[in-house]
Design a protein around this ligand. Structure first.
Ligand code: GBH
Length: 447
């Protein structure tokens, strides 16, 4: 059986500015919170930092040729706020804007559509120092100004935009769990305010992009909603997993999609609930053009309990990729997109990230036969195809990642690329999975 993807389905790949660009001190860029964090001893494995990383800032043309060879239809990359606005606001840095402008032009020249993410965690350190980042409502206007600048600069050539990438990773994971930048410890109340302000900033940016783009822009977010799946495929467990999807994602996805915090969530927050200004919830829930889902790990749900669902802890030997957190179940592509459609009736869903890190040990000839990644890709695409067959509007897939790159607090110890990067020589070598993906794109199907 051949599982054909619709003609308008987009096959792409994704990266993020701090993870791939390097050139952190060049052409007027100022530090982001991740520069400061990675340079703080003990924060990142092996004290790695992304000062050079893949050096895409200088090698973007080479990377675009690679994308072309693979046959990518679209490239999702993020722009660095402190590269284009070194003071965080105010005077734009022409050289920074030129970089993204050239990147976009070169992509279009090769027939690859640019999909731009505005914020993939690299908040300008200067604003972090000035007002504690997202904790202050000043961040909302500054982010909207940045969004508007980017839409004015690139909007003649870029149609599709993402505001934020994965709220949890620059809010709670930093402020409550001290695992990601910035190095800032929040109280429960402050953490709720940080989440709230970030969502208001998202909504304002949606409006700012639409208002500032010279052509009609399409905007969404790229959110790592937790992927619930029913433990058994019977109606009671499916209903439970569907409800769990909404409840578990109550911090971000639910208020953004519904314009209100869930009463159960507010009850849980109690006196830690955020201060909400009039109009905030309307801005937060500004209707987006599509739902962007970063999709990695499953959460198994069964019916029962007070809420109508309970999470089943995963078996210790449940299949996983290299990182301990990256448990695998390719049916997330089916269940999560189905629940998104059923809860919020969205018209378009894009998988904004999906991929895995494995050991990737080269054979005697230097080839990387990453069969596990090929299995991972194939089966997740099959999961998505199953959703499409069911009438769920999954419109595209951005593989994470084009290149091995700086994996945040794991530094260079995790490799998610379909293209291997030698960090000493910066040489790019496509892995077998790049050839596999290339075949999938050419045939527009998995079998
Ligand atoms: C995505 O996050 C990111 O958008 C991307 O930048 C990143 O490179 C990619 O995943 C691969 O990780 O170490 O136990 O604390 C995916 C969601 C959330 C997964 C944080 C890793 C850390 C787990 N990520 N999580 S742990």
């Amino acid at each position: 059986m051949k599982y054909n993807f619709p003609d308008d389905f987009i096959f792409g790949a994704a990266t993020a500015s701090y993870q791939v660009e390097g050139a952190v001190n060049e052409d007027g860029r100022s530090p982001s919170v991740w520069d400061v964090f990675s340079h703080t001893p003990g924060k990142v494995k092996n004290n790695d930092n992304a000062d050079t990383s893949c050096d895409q800032y200088h090698k973007y043309k080479e990377d675009i040729l690679l994308m072309k060879d693979i046959g990518l239809q679209a490239y999702r990359f993020s722009t660095s706020w402190s590269r284009v606005l070194p003071d965080g606001r105010g005077k734009p840095n022409r050289k920074g804007l030129d970089y993204y402008s050239n990147l976009v032009d070169n992509l279009l020249e090769k027939g690859i559509e640019p999909w731009v993410t505005l914020f993939h965690w690299d908040f300008p350190q200067v604003l972090q120092d000035e007002y504690n980042g997202w904790l202050s409502r000043k961040s909302i206007d500054d982010f909207a100004e940045y969004a508007s600048l980017m839409a004015k600069t690139l909007g003649d050539r870029v149609t599709n935009w993402f505001t934020m990438n994965e709220f949890d990773c620059f809010t709670d994971k930093s402020s409550l769990r001290q695992e990601f930048a910035p190095d800032f410890k929040a109280t429960g109340k402050e953490a709720a305010q940080i989440r709230h302000n970030a969502m208001v900033a998202h909504g304002k940016a949606v409006l700012a992009i639409r208002a500032s783009s010279p052509t009609q822009a399409r905007v969404g977010m790229a959110e790592n909603s937790i992927c619930t799946i029913p433990i058994f495929e019977t109606p009671e467990h499916i209903t439970a997993a569907k409800k769990a999807f909404r409840d578990i994602n109550a911090r971000f996805t639910t208020p953004i999609m519904e314009g209100a915090y869930d009463p159960g969530y507010l009850e849980y927050l109690g006196s830690n609930a955020p201060d909400i200004e009039p109009g905030d919830m309307k801005i937060i829930s500004t209707r987006t053009d599509f739902f962007g889902l970063n999709m990695y790990t499953p959460a198994y749900i069964k019916a029962g309990g007070k809420l109508g669902w309970e999470e089943i802890p995963m078996a210790a030997d449940h299949p996983k990729a290299k990182p301990a957190w990256l448990r695998i179940n390719p049916s997330i592509g089916y269940w999560t997109t189905r629940f998104i459609k059923e809860h919020w009736d969205v018209n378009e869903i894009y998988i904004t990230e999906n991929g895995a890190s494995f050991d990737d040990i080269p054979d005697g000839n230097g080839n990387i036969n990453d069969t596990a990644r090929i299995m991972y890709l194939r089966e997740h695409l099959r999961g998505l195809h199953r959703a499409i067959e069911d009438g769920i509007p999954v419109k595209g897939y951005f593989l994470w990642s084009l290149l091995d790159n700086f994996e945040w607090k794991d530094g260079f110890t995790e490799r998610f690329g379909i293209v291997h990067v030698d960090y000493k020589t910066l040489k790019r070598t496509p892995k077998l999975s790049a050839e596999y993906y290339s075949q999938v794109i050419k045939n527009r199907s998995v079998v």
